[in-house]
Design a protein around this ligand. Structure first.
Ligand code: RUQ
Ligand code: CUA
Length: 681
C-alpha cells in the first residue's frame, strides 16, 4: 500500500513540477498514461516530496530514476550482476535495480573478511601457483555463468586471470571459489572464460604471444618460436571442477588473440576469436623501433579466428596432438590440414566479438574503426565450403573473402568495443572514445521485432566516462531480456567525491526497458575496490544459493560432510604422529575448548566447526601473530596448520559480531617456550 502511494506521489510530483517550471516537453514525457487533466493533479502533490526536491535540486527525471531504482529496506533486487573485480582479483555481486553491492567473492586474492587465504582456502589458492611461485592476486576480466542450452542456469561461475593465465571456478551454491587452474602452456590470457552453450567446455583464449610451455626465447625469434593459443577446459558439472585430463589447447600463430565467443544455436560447435598484432610487431622503443602501440596498429585488417571447435575436440579424442609442458596441444599445422582453423579479415584493431542470441551473426568492433562489422555465420560457412579464400597468412592459415562473409557494417561512432543484445531485436555497443552506449537495430530474423530499419543507429546515451564493457541481463545468451543495461566505465572524474588522485570506477545503470532513442541513466555506483571489465546479469530467481551449509561439519572445498570435523561433545586436544590436533567447536558465544596448551616447536593442526543452524550465524576465528582468520558460516568446517615457533600467550577470538556476548567469544593459545628463561618474569 505504501509503495503504491509513493509511486503515485512520484507521478503527481513529476507532472506538477514540470508544470511549475513551465517546461511543456517534460510534462508530456512525465504524464502518466491516461492522465486526462494535469492541472487537477497539482493540488495532490505531496508537499514533503516537493520540499525535498527543491532542497536537493532534483528534477522530475531524477525523481523518476529514483522511483525506478529505490529499493526500500526488505525488498529484494530482481537481477543479480556478477562483475569482474579487475586487478583486485575478485568478483563483485551487485543487485539490480538498487545497484547495491552485496558482496565480493574472493577468487585469486586472499581476503580476510571472508576467511580466504588466512587459514582457509589456501589449498585452492596454491593450485594457482606457477612452479611453486605463490601468487596472491589476479586480474579478473570475464566472469561467465554456466549455461544450459545457451542460457544461464545459475549453477557455476568461471573467471579468467589475465595477468597469470589462470581460470577459476566458483560454485553458486555457496558463492565460493572451488578451483584455480594455471594454464600449462601460456603466461597470458584474455579471451576467457567463455563457456560453450552447455558448459561442456570453458574456453580460455590467449593474449600476448609467448613461447608455449612457459619457455624462454629471444624476441628476435618471435615469428618462429612465439605462439598464440586457445585452451578448452573440459568441465565436469558433477564434480564442479575443470578436468585437466580431458582438456586440450590449440596452437595459434603469434598474433595477440583477444576476446572470444562461443557459437550458439545455428553456430553451436564453433568458436570465434579476435586478434590484434597480426603485424607481429615486437616493439622496442628503447632501440628507436616503433612502440608496440604503433607497430600493432599498422594493418587495416586483423584476423577473426573461425574455429571449428567440434572438429578440434574430435582431433583431441583421436590423439592428434603433441604434449607441451605435459599438456595436449593440437599443432597449428594439424589445424590447417584438418580444416579446423580459418580467418576472416576484420577491421581495425578489433576488440569485442559477440554472437547474436540465435547464433546467426558475429559482431566485431574495431577500436580504430567507427563501424561494427556484422559477419553472417551462414555466409561464412558457405565461404568455407566453397573455399572462398583470398590468401593465406604467413603460417598457411586460409583467409576467407571479407565480402563473402560480411552481412552489414553499421557506423556507430568512435571506439566501439563490446556488444550485448536484448529481446527487442536491438544490439548495444560501448563506444569508448565518445563515450557512449549506442543502441542499434539488428536485421535478419530480428528486423520484425523493432520498428526501425535494420542495421541502423537508434539512439545513444552519454556515459561518464570511458566505457569498457556493458552488460544486459542474459545479453550474451540465447535468452536476453532487455530491462537494464549497466555501463562499466573506467573513469569517473567528476561523478563522486574526490578520493585523492585514485578514483573509483563508475557503473551506470541505464534504462533500456523501452524502444527508440531514449535510454536514460538511472544510477551511478562507484566501484572503489578494483577495475571491473566484463559482467553478466542473471534473473535473481535463477540462483538457488544455500542459506546455511546443508549439515554441520560441511567442508566447502569438497562440498560434502568432512569425517574429520569435530562433533559436539567430542572436542579435545590429541597428540599423534608428532602433531597436536585441536578439535574445536564454535557456537554462540563460546569456543570449546577455550585453553590450548602447546609447546614451542610443535606442529598444530586445528579443526574447527561452526555448529550453528541459524541463517547468518557466522563466526570468525583469528589467531594473532600466526596470520589466521577464518569466516565460518553456519555448519562450516575448516582445518589449518602451523608450527608453533613463536612462544607466548595468544588470545584468539571470534571476528564476527555474532551476539551480545561476542566479545566474550575467545580463548587462549598458550605456547610454552622450550627455553624456560623465555617465560615472563
Ligand atoms: S576487455 S574493457 Cu577484458 Cu574490453 Cu576489458
Ligand atoms: Cu562468534 Cu562473535
Amino acid at each position: 500500500m505504501r509503495r503504491i502511494s509513493y509511486k503515485l506521489a512520484v507521478v503527481l510530483t513529476v507532472t506538477s513540477l514540470a508544470l511549475l517550471s513551465g517546461c511543456n516537453k517534460d510534462v508530456d514525457a512525465a504524464k502518466a498514461p491516461g492522465d486526462a487533466s494535469s492541472s487537477s493533479t497539482v493540488g495532490n502533490t505531496s508537499p514533503d516530496v516537493q520540499a525535498v526536491m527543491q532542497e536537493r535540486g532534483l528534477t522530475p527525471d531524477d525523481l523518476l530514476a529514483a522511483a525506478k531504482t529505490y529499493t526500500p529496506s526488505g525488498k529484494l533486487d530482481d537481477h543479480i550482476m556478477f562483475a569482474s573485480g579487475g586487478h583486485s582479483g575478485q568478483i563483485f555481486v551487485i543487485g539490480l535495480p538498487s545497484m547495491r553491492m552485496l558482496r565480493s567473492i574472493a577468487v585469486f586474492t586472499p581476503e580476510p573478511w571472508q576467511g580466504w587465504g588466512y587459514g582457509a582456502g589456501n589449498d585452492i589458492l596454491k593450485e594457482g601457483d606457477v612452479n611453486g611461485k605463490p601468487l596472491t592476486w589476479g586480474d579478473t576480466h570475464h566472469p561467465n555463468l554456466s549455461e544450459t542450452d545457451g542460457a544461464y542456469d545459475g549453477q557455476f561461475l568461471f573467471v579468467n586471470d589475465k595477468a597469470n593465465a589462470r581460470v577459476a571456478v566458483v560454485d553458486l551454491r555457496d558463492f565460493e571459489t572451488k578451483q584455480i587452474i594455471k594454464n600449462p602452456i601460456t603466461m597470458s590470457d584474455h579471451g576467457g572464460a567463455f563457456v560453450t552453450p552447455n558448459t561442456d567446455y570453458v574456453i580460455e583464449g590467449g593474449q600476448y604471444a609467448t613461447p608455449l610451455g612457459w619457455k624462454y626465447a629471444p624476441i628476435e625469434e618471435y615469428k618462429e618460436k612465439y605462439r598464440g593459443m586457445v585452451t578448452a577446459w573440459k568441465f565436469d558439472r558433477e564434480k564442479g571442477r575443470l578436468d585437466q585430463a580431458q582438456s586440450f589447447a590449440l596452437e595459434l600463430p603469434p598474433y595477440w588473440q583477444d576476446l572470444a565467443s562461443s557459437g550458439k544455436k545455428v553456430s553451436d560447435g564453433w568458436i570465434f576469436m579476435n586478434s590484434i598484432n597480426t603485424e607481429m610487431a615486437t616493439g622496442g622503443v628503447e632501440d628507436k623501433k616503433p612502440p608496440f602501440e604503433a607497430g600493432v596498429s599498422q594493418r587495416d585488417m586483423d584476423y577473426l579466428h573461425v574455429i571449428n571447435f567440434k572438429k578440434a575436440a574430435e582431433l583431441f579424442k583421436a590423439g592428434k596432438f603433441e604434449k607441451v609442458n605435459n599438456f595436449p596441444v593440437i599443432r597449428l599445422q594439424t589445424l590447417i590440414d584438418e580444416g579446423v582453423l580459418c580467418f576472416i579479415p576484420e577491421p581495425k584493431s578489433p576488440h569485442g566479438v559477440d554472437v547474436t542470441p540465435g547464433g546467426e551473426y558475429m559482431i566485431v568492433s574495431g577500436k580504430l574503426d567507427p563501424h561494427v562489422t556484422v559477419f553472417s555465420f551462414e555466409k561464412t560457412l558457405k565461404a568455407i565450403t566453397e573455399k572462398k579464400y583470398t590468401s593465406k597468412d604467413p603460417y598457411g592459415v586460409p583467409v576467407l573473402d571479407f565480402d563473402a562473409c560480411k552481412e552489414a557494417q553499421v557506423e556507430l561512432g568512435l571506439g566501439p568495443l563490446h556488444t550485448q543484445f536484448d529481446d527487442k531485436g536491438y544490439a548495444y555497443t560501448s563506444l569508448f572514445l565518445e563515450p557512449a552506449v549506442c543502441r542499434w537495430s539488428l536485421g535478419g530474423a530480428y528486423a520484425s521485432k523493432h520498428p526501425e530499419a535494420p542495421w541502423t543507429v537508434v539512439g545513444k546515451t552519454s556515459v561518464q566516462y570511458n566505457i569498457g564493457h556493458l552488460s544486459v541481463p542474459g545479453g550474451d545468451t540465447t535468452e536476453p531480456s532487455g530491462k537494464y543495461l549497466v555501463a562499466m566505465n573506467k573513469w569517473s572524474i567528476d561523478r563522486f567525491f574526490q578520493t585523492g588522485p585514485l578514483l573509483p570506477q563508475n557503473f551506470q545503470l541505464i534504462d533500456i526497458n523501452n524502444t527508440g532513442e531514449k535510454m536514460p541513466v538511472l544510477y551511478d555506483l562507484p566501484i572503489g575496490v578494483g577495475e571491473p571489465h566484463y559482467a553478466q546479469i542473471i534473473k535473481a530467481d535463477k540462483l538457488k544459493p544455500w542459506k546455511t551449509y546443508p549439515q554441520v561439519g560441511w567442508n566447502p572445498e569438497k562440498q560434502a560432510i568432512d569425517p574429520e570435523s569435530p562433533k559436539p561433545g567430542t572436542e579435545r586436544i590429541e597428540r599423534r604422529n608428532g602433531e597436536v590436533h585441536i578439535y574445536m567447536t564454535a557456537v554462540r558465544s563460546h569456543f570449546t575448548p577455550e585453553h590450548i596448551n602447546v609447546t614451542q616447536g610443535e606442529k598444530v593442526v586445528w579443526h574447527i566447526v561452526n555448529l550453528e543452524r541459524a541463517i547468518d550465524a557466522t563466526h570468525g576465528f583469528c589467531v594473532p601473530a600466526y596470520n589466521i582468520n577464518l569466516s565460518l558460516e553456519a555448519g562450516e568446517y575448516e582445518k589449518f596448520e602451523f608450527v608453533a615457533d613463536l612462544p607466548g600467550t595468544f588470545p584468539f577470538y571470534c571476528t564476527e559480531f555474532c551476539s551480545a556476548l561476542h566479545l566474550e567469544m575467545m580463548g587462549y593459545l598458550h605456547i610454552k617456550p622450550t627455553d624456560a628463561t623465555a617465560a615472563a618474569k
